[in-house]
Design a binder for this molecule. Sequence first.
Ligand SMILES: Nc1ncnc2c1ncn2[C@@H]1O[C@H](COP(=O)(O)OP(=O)(O)OP(=O)(O)O)[C@@H](O)[C@H]1O
Ligand SMILES: C[C@@](O)(CCOP(=O)(O)O)CC(=O)O
Length: 442
Amino acid sequence: MGQSRAFSAPGKALIAGGYLVLDPIYNSYVTALSSRMHSIVESDITTSTNGRRIKISSPQFKQGEWEYIIDGDKYFKDLKEINGRKNPFIEATIATILSYIQPKHNFNINITIYSDAGYHSQENTVSEVSSNGHKQFLYHEKAINEVAKTGLGSSAGLVTVLTIALLSYFEPQFNTNTSKHIVHNCAQIAHCYAQKKIGSGFDVAAAVYGSIIYKRFQPSLIEPFLTGDNVNNIDELKSLIESEWDFNHDQCTLPPKIRLLMGDIEGGSETPKLVSKILNWKREKLEESDLLYHNLNASNENLIKVLHDLHQFYNQDPEKYITEINQSHTSSSSPQFKALSDAINQIRLNLQSLTKLSGADVEPESQTELLDNCNLLAGSFGGVVPGAGGYDAICLLVIDQYIEDIIKETKHDEKFKNVTWLNLHEEEEGVKQENVEDYIGL
Ligand SMILES: Nc1ncnc2c1ncn2[C@@H]1O[C@H](COP(=O)(O)OP(=O)(O)OP(=O)(O)O)[C@@H](O)[C@H]1O
Ligand SMILES: C[C@@](O)(CCOP(=O)(O)O)CC(=O)O
């Protein structure tokens, strides 16, 4: 114990698999992003305590301090925030880790959280850079729950970096690489506990494992733990955390030279409303929805296969791959790259049917028009509404060297007036250790 350590975990974009990811039979394609959540953990040697204390600071947000005194060993009950402040994700993570570790000694821990700019609206912010210039964060005028989110999965990132910070504090030999499943299982349990529901968990899995082809775990794994007093059954919790869960998290990455370009759209959607509309329709129109889910899944699987085939193409003949990708937006496009545009369009056709049949605005008309225009941009393979869809964002796959041209070409074009291209790219690595020095001076 004692020495400072720092960690980070990525945000995500669900390129294929919205709604289907809630079902443990379908694969989805999740890309980890360059916007990351960070934690720095250290023993507090400045304040004296002869008890057990954990202080979490999130200095980019007003009132971003939560200080817990732990008085008892029923951790889900015995955590007290000294100013009565609430942060369910922080509380659930601390309670899960302490229940798992069962620390025998007193402790006095400080953890600082930083989040990269992509997670939140950048309105009314001031930028600060660390002393060595390696990290830069935006500071907001408001409290965390008053700042607009962008959909990158801030709570999943927070829970993941807090989990690894606490595990590595209590078990200094903890190996982030060989024990990722422990980090994943703890973070997944804490995230469900904080949300009081069992989501698909793809955001937590991406924060831990990075870019993945994801098939969810069975909700029944966590369900018993969320009901009644079961959280205090330490033996069961420990064996749930240490067991290998049955779910897919196969590592993936976009093929060489292909980049993701995310556009933020003016306006927004409420994911829970979209989800409940889709689930109601699915219950009421069983046959209709089964058929559509079947088709949508086939188009998602096809995209996954096309991306895999492109990797193989590159590995077999990189020169030919480069020549052909550079011709891919012309009429002499090769079949492999045309297959990519076709796969994206096929997913969109199914999402458009989903929109019509369910009445939920998954790919609403304005987004259809915009994505059709994106198909015409030189260097673009097309794009989708990521995640739950709606009016929030679009996500294109483009040839890397065309990104600047696309940004320039769309800048003064009426058709793209609602789009702000985000400064994000795929960073496929999941949770990792960072250099503590990089955060000094913030
Ligand atoms: N940097 C942070 N510092 C402290 N708490 C945070 C931070 N980021 C997220 N949180 C916690 O997570 C909550 C947001 O989680 P919520 O589940 O509502 O959104 P989300 O699904 O993660 O959003 P999005 O996917 O849009 O990022 C905040 O209200 C706060 O409690
Ligand atoms: C609609 C859904 O399948 C995806 C939501 O994704 P996002 O948080 O909008 O990226 C719901 C979920 O899995 O949490």
